[in-house]
Structures are given as C-alpha cells and as structure tokens.
Design a protein around this ligand. Structure first.
Ligand code: GLC
Ligand code: CA
Length: 557
C-alpha cells in the first residue's frame, strides 16, 4: 500500500446546523465553526468534513442543493467560507466539503429549466419520461425515504421524473456528458478555493440500472428497495474514474465515499493505491440491524456481531486501502446508544466503544459530540421529529399495525435527529449552542454531558478521546497505530473484542470487555507497557488480565 499524506490523520464531521450558532437564529453557522477551530485543534483533529452548507431549501437538511457555488445565507457568506478556509489552514486543519451530485434540489436552476422545457437541453439533465395516468410506472423501486422513485414533473400531467431520495431531490442524469462536465467544473472551482477534499454523498446511486425494470417486491406496498437495484447495477466505476481523473487526482484531494453495496472485486478500484477515492466509510456495523421491512423489524446488535463486522471489514480491505471508521454520523443513531446494550450510559463503556473503533486500521472519523459521549434523544410524539426519513418510517410502523407509542420507540432508536441535536458545549441554557431557540431540541441531558465539564475532568470521555488521538500521533507508536496489521486475538471469546496491531518491531494489543460483568483475558506474552486504560485499576495474575466491566486497554506486548 502506498503511503498517503492523510493516513496518520484524525478526522471529524461537523453537522453545521447543530454545531455552533453565533447570531442567535437557532441555526449553527460558519462563524460558529471558526470560533471552535481552536477547540478542534486542542482535541487533535486534522481533517474536518462539513455537511452541506450550499444554498438549499432544506427538504433534506442541505442534501438538496439549489446552488452549488453559493453558501446558504443561514450558514453565512462566501467571505465566511473563505475566512474559515484561511483560519483552518493556519491551524493545519484541512476542510472537506460534502459533494452531493447524485441529485440536486428541485429548486435548482437546472430543474426549473427542465420543467419549463422537458424537451430542451435541461430536460436531459434528469430522468424525465412520458407517462399517462393509468400507465404502469417504468419500475417499482422504492425511494430511500419511502414511496415510488417516480413523481409527476411539476407543471406536466404527462411526464414523470426519477428521484432516489426525496421528491425535492431529482436525480441528475450522469449518462449525459454535459452534466458530468458541469459537475467536474464545479468540483475544480471548489478545490481551487483551497479545500482539502470532499466527502461524497450517495455516490453509488449515480449509475442507473437501464432500462428501468421491476424487481420482486420486498414489502406489501409492491415496491422494491434500492439495495436490490444497486446490487444488480454495473458500471458506476467508469463514471467515478472519469471524475477522479478530471478533479481529485490532479489536486491530490482527500475523498471519502459514502459507499454502500459495493462489490468485493471493486475494492481496489474504489480505495486501492490508484483508486477513485482516498477512502470510504465502513458501514458494516451500521447495517447490521437494517431490515428491508423497515425500522420496526430491526434486530438488536450484540457485541459479538459488532466485533465480527469490524473484523470482517478489516480483512476485506487488508493490504488494499484504508476505510473511514465511525461509530455514528448524521444519518445514524448515536453510537453509544446503538452499539452498547440498552440502558448503558457508563462513561467507561462509551470510552471502550470509542477506543475499540478508533484503534482499528483506517482513518478514525469522529462525529461532533461523540467526543463527549452524546446520546440519542427521547421523543414522545411525531410532532417533535424533523427528519424526513424518520417521518416516513413512522408511517411504515403504523401501516404494519404498530401503535403511535410503539412507533416512537423505533424512531427513538433510529431517527436521524438523534445525532443532529445541538452540540452540548456547557450547562448554560441551550447548552451554549445558541442564545435563541434551537432549530432542533437540545438533549435535556446537557447539564450532565457537556464539553466544558469534560474538559476540566482528567477522567472524562473528552480527555480519553484526546489521549487516543495523541497516541495516534505519538512518534513512538504512530507507525504501528496507523499501519500495523490488524489481527484478532481470542476471536471466539464471548463479549471480548481484542486485536493486535502488528508493526515492524512492535505489537500493540487492544482489548475491550464488552459487557457489564468482569472477564479474564489470556495474554500472548509479557506486557511491555500500558498505553491506555479507561479505568484507574488494572489487575493481572500470571498471564491473565482480570478485565473489569467495560474495561478497555491498549498494551504494548
Ligand atoms: C446521504 C446523506 C443523507 C442524505 C442522502 C441523500 O445518505 O448522508 O443525509 O439524506 O444521502 O442526499
Ligand atoms: Ca446562526
């Protein structure tokens, strides 16, 4: 594997709407990010991905872009963005923007022109087909937020357009070379401003399975989910190769793909030495509880399954490239609420989960608030829910015969709002996020869980993450932490997740007792050094460590 400038870094995702408000409108903004750059530096962050800040009607919180070359006034101005880039650069922090090019907004000029003249050049920017009331639709695919992928073209009774996500997110027609050239020019325009790169949204969707055709339905609505469609689609890599060649590669940009349903054989082309992306997110753990039926049919994830998914990912990309390792993002529940057994809030358990993920090979990617162990938000009524995906799943629950109370239990587990609540900076009103009314409710636990308190406390989750990041940069261990081969240890031992990171002349053992009871772990040999411990105690008899509940250790062996 070739060495890349970003391999030893630590990355952090900002969901700007909920990060830091500075003008009291209840919405986080670019000035808020600038204000917190020193904070990120203090934590040890090198790369910051910011979820979309382009002009958007916010039907899907910015993932519906109406102008790719302008900053949404809610977030600030282009001058703010340039200031952010300059300030970040001073601190040696790279800024990564979100690249959302599978679709735009129905309020984008391209789509407006397509509606005015579907036969004209902009009609070919989208998938617009003739259709008459009573005709079957071109395919029975279900959009990611529910319902058919087809909607009537505004202003036309006899035409429909394709959208894999929200009806306000029409898919762009990548088969049209003009569309691709517009997109590449826009990417270069941003890279010229000094971006470090992009996180690339929903990218596997850009290639459509043509001609459109039906698949066997997977729910009673007669529709079939897009996962099945994507599994049967070939050819996306040709588009990606062209995009990489014309944009990312000449700039040595860092790119992280949001890649689902990739084929194993494509991994080298995706993230190998000359891959189309630098890296891509590991969603193997995330999808463990996905059911085609919807959230209400989701199984619980056990620690053993979590471990198995992590190790399977490590093996899959071994020697090929780096994955971005996450426990959460803006589409997922909070990791500590998702992967720790229900009802577990102990700081040591949160540290264990974070540590086990952070120490895997790959690029550790934190999500805002993860560094203080922020948790899911409990809502009692659908009226409190903003996320369009959650609102769709609420209906899916009701259609399946659940009561509203039962449905809310599933939303509280999976709603995307869980990760989108404002960052809990301190214990002042609204957690120091805003002086106004926050756009989304602040989690009421902010008095106990907040940055200010944890910064003071040497035993806090925040200081633990800081120590993890410092270890990754420590010249004595960095080579092993970054490049060491991952080898599971005692893989079959129930509720124990342990692995070696094997460097050239150094071996680290990372171990987490993934349960509320103590358990013993055999050692492979003598301990040379104890690098990290999420507890103050450490107990050893002969070649056995007595791990306390949720204990996490990094040892040099
Ligand atoms: C990605 C984003 C998600 C968005 C979707 C459509 O999955 O992460 O937030 O809703 O794409 O753009
Ligand atoms: Ca604001």
């Amino acid at each position: 594997m070739e060495r890349k400038w970003w391999h030893g870094k630590t990355a952090y995702q900002i969901y700007p709407k909920s990060f830091q408000d500075t003008n009291g409108d209840g919405i986080g903004d670019l000035q808020g990010i600038i204000r917190r750059l020193d904070y990120l530096k203090e934590l040890g962050v090198d790369i910051v991905w910011i979820s979309p800040i382009y002009c958007s009607p916010l039907a899907d919180q910015g993932y519906d872009i109406s102008d790719y070359r302008a900053i949404d006034p809610r977030f600030g101005t282009m001058e703010d963005m340039e200031e952010l880039l300059a300030e970040a650069k001073k601190r040696d922090i790279g800024i990564v923007m979100d690249l959302v090019v599978n679709h735009c907004s129905d309020e984008h000029e391209w789509f407006r022109k397509a509606c005015e003249d579907p036969e004209g050049p902009y009609g070919r920017y989208f998938y617009i087909l003739p259709w008459h009331e009573g005709d079957p639709l071109p395919c029975n695919w279900r959009g990611a937020f529910g319902g058919s992928v087809w909607s009537k073209l505004p202003g036309h009774e006899d035409r429909i357009y394709y959208h894999a996500f929200h009806r306000k997110q029409p898919d762009l027609n990548w088969e049209n070379p003009e569309v691709r050239q517009e997109i590449y020019a826009m990417i270069r325009w941003w890279l010229d401003k000094g971006l470090a790169g992009f996180r690339i949204d929903a990218i596997m969707n850009i290639k459509k399975l043509l001609p459109f055709r039906d698949f066997p339905p997977d729910r009673e609505d007669g529709l079939c989910g897009l996962e099945t469609v994507l599994r049967n689609t070939e050819g996306v890599l040709d588009f990606l190769d062209e995009m990489a060649e014309q944009t990312f590669r000449p700039y040595e940009a860092f790119t992280a793909g949001e890649v689902f349903n990739e084929k194993e054989k494509d991994l080298p082309r995706l993230i190998g030495d000359h891959g189309v992306f630098s890296s891509m997110f590991d969603f193997a753990e995330t999808v463990l509880d996905h059911s085609p039926l919807g959230w209400y049919a989701a199984p619980e994830i056990t620690p053993d399954q979590y471990k198995a998914a992590c190790f399977a990912s490590q093996r899959r990309v071994d020697g090929i490239g780096f994955l971005c390792n996450i426990i959460e993002n803006h589409d997922e529940p909070r990791g500590v609420s998702h992967y720790l057994p229900a009802g577990i809030h102990a700081p040591e358990a949160k540290k264990m989960l974070g540590g086990l993920n952070f120490m895997l090979q790959g690029l550790p990617f934190l999500f805002q608030g993860q560094e203080i162990g922020m948790e899911n938000l409990a809502c009692t009524s659908i009226d409190e829910v903003d996320d369009c995906s959650a609102r769709d799943q609420y209906q899916v629950c009701l259609d399946a015969g659940l009561t509203p109370e039962e449905a809310m239990k599933f939303l509280n587990r999976f709603s995307r709002d869980n990760a989108r609540t404002p960052v809990q900076w301190d214990d002042s009103p609204n957690a120091g996020f805003t002086t106004g009314t926050p756009w989304l409710r602040v989690n009421p636990n902010y008095r106990e869980i907040n940055v200010a308190a944890q910064r003071e406390d040497p035993d806090s989750i925040w200081n633990f993450y800081r120590a993890l990041i410092a270890l990754r940069k420590n010249p004595r261990y960095a080579e092993t932490v970054v490049y060491g081969h991952t080898e599971p240890w005692l893989e079959e031992q129930h509720n124990l997740m342990a692995y070696f990171r094997q460097g050239k002349d150094q071996t680290l053992l990372v171990a987490g007792n993934f349960q509320a009871e103590p358990q013993d772990m055999r050692l492979p040999g003598p301990i040379r050094d104890l690098l990290l411990n999420n507890l103050r105690t450490f107990s050893l008899t002969g070649d056995h460590i007595h791990l306390a509940p949720w204990q996490f250790l990094v040892l040099e062996v």
